[in-house]
Design a binder for this molecule. Structure first.
Ligand SMILES: [Zn+2]
Length: 423
């Protein structure tokens, strides 16, 4: 095994990261603990140029890796020699990227000509922020609240949906803490409009929820990362996940904002290597983005639910992520998540897996949902939206509205439940 790894590392070193045409995403189906260990070793090699979209955890979960075309031959050879089965999930990443960008340009032209906003399209940060302004300017229900600035000095905003009162019990929903998970931002945009419309048209259960509680929706939790994914100077930037802060390694920027929370920070399930995709940062809440959100939630002091949107794999999860034991509220959280996933399924038949983060994805320390739960916010959930591995992070824009709509069914169920079960 050591020999094969050495050959592979040599080939990977000559990979030129600016060329992406021919890059593939391989779906690997580990069949033994040995296979998992080999894949884990590959993932730990941050110089390999491999981009793990999902992680080697168990033989029940596929591992998706974006492989630079210059390393494709070596990687496939390596997998074959180690008898690890794989299929090609995305044949040419570049083709999907080109299509995505062309669609965005075309849509932006239409929107500018018709002075409209399409929910069936991906948008850049500026357009999303303008959309938030329009929404807030046209409704007494909604206000745009600035909760701080990012490392690169961009404003961080939440939309507050409130019918009045001071620090009412509240529900938190965020999206996009991982920059490349564009379907989460796009879903949150649709949700903002849906909450506003349902309130205006008196459609249950939104008016009754908002008569007792406030909803806070953060569409872009990692603005710097999101802006970076839209930079056109390299197609690889589209797969940026972390923040954009400087680290102790001048060659590697950014912290995984979902490993930086003060929730068993530094434990297993996060890396201390600044070049790793799951780099936790130098200390808990070292990242200004995490600090701003945590400060806002703590100073409010009356959040009853914390939900965060990610992609992909179609999971609905609850605490814990940092440890494999059941949370004290496990039976209730599991029941709520199960019923929410059934509500989601009722729309398009999309199937979600329900469970704790630890048992569904993997051990993860410093994650936001654990942080919220450990601070007493009982109804804390994380969503991994569509799909299960046809497009991964490159989910086509024509799936945005159906994804958002089915997610709304689950969120609506949870929000109503939280409203009906005060604590
Ligand atoms: Zn994520």
């Amino acid at each position: 095994m050591r020999l094969y790894l050495a050959v592979f590392a040599l080939l990977a070193a000559v990979h030129c990261e600016e060329l992406i045409n021919g890059d593939q995403v391989l779906r690997i189906n580990a069949e033994s603990e040995d296979h998992i260990q080999i894949l884990k070793m590959l993932e730990r090699d941050v110089d390999s140029g491999l981009d793990f979209w999902t992680h080697a955890v168990s033989t029940e979960r596929p591992v998706d890796i974006r492989v630079p075309h210059s390393s494709l031959h070596a990687v496939k050879d390596f997998l074959k020699k180690n008898n690890i089965p794989f299929t090609v999930m995305i044949n040419n990443v570049q083709e999907l990227l080109v299509r995505e960008r062309e669609e965005m340009v075309r849509n932006a032209e239409i929107e500018s000509k018709t002075k409209s906003f399409s929910f069936a399209a991906y948008h850049d940060l500026e357009t999303i922020y303008n959309f938030m302004d329009t929404l807030a300017n046209h409704s007494k229900l909604i206000s745009k609240v600035k909760i701080g600035s990012t490392y690169e000095n961009r404003s961080m905003y939440v939309l507050k949906f409130s019918t009045g009162g001071v620090k009412r019990p509240a529900i938190w929903i965020d999206a996009g803490i991982h920059a490349r998970e564009w379907i989460s931002h796009a879903t949150a945009v649709w949700l903002a409009d849906r909450i506003a419309t349902d309130f205006k048209e008196n459609r249950a259960p939104v008016p009754s929820i908002l008569s007792k509680m406030d909803i806070y929706l953060m569409i872009v939790a990692n603005p710097d990362g999101y802006v970076f994914t839209h930079r056109s100077s390299s197609p690889l930037y589209r797969f940026w996940c972390k923040s954009r802060s400087a680290t102790s390694n001048p060659k590697c920027q950014g912290v995984d904002l979902n490993r930086n929370w003060d929730a068993e920070f530094g434990g297993p399930g996060a890396s201390d290597d600044p070049c790793a995709e799951d780099y936790r940062g130098p200390s808990s809440q070292s990242e200004i983005e995490v600090k701003n959100i945590a400060k806002f939630i703590m100073s409010h002091g009356n959040f009853k639910s914390f939900m965060t949107l990610h992609s992909y794999m179609q999971f609905l999860m609850y605490p814990y992520g940092y440890i494999g034991i059941d949370a004290p509220d496990w039976p209730e959280l599991h029941d709520v998540a199960t019923k929410a996933s059934k509500a989601l399924n009722s729309w398009h038949g999309t199937v979600y897996k329900v469970g704790s983060i630890f048992h569904t994805i993997d051990q993860a320390s410093g994650a936001s949902v654990d942080w919220a739960y450990l601070r007493g916010i009982k109804y804390s959930f994380a969503f991994e939206l569509r799909d299960t591995g046809e497009y991964g992070f490159l989910l086509p824009a024509n799936q945005i509205v159906s994804t958002a709509r089915e997610t709304w069914f689950a969120l609506r169920y949870i929000m109503k439940y939280v409203c009906d079960h005060p604590y």
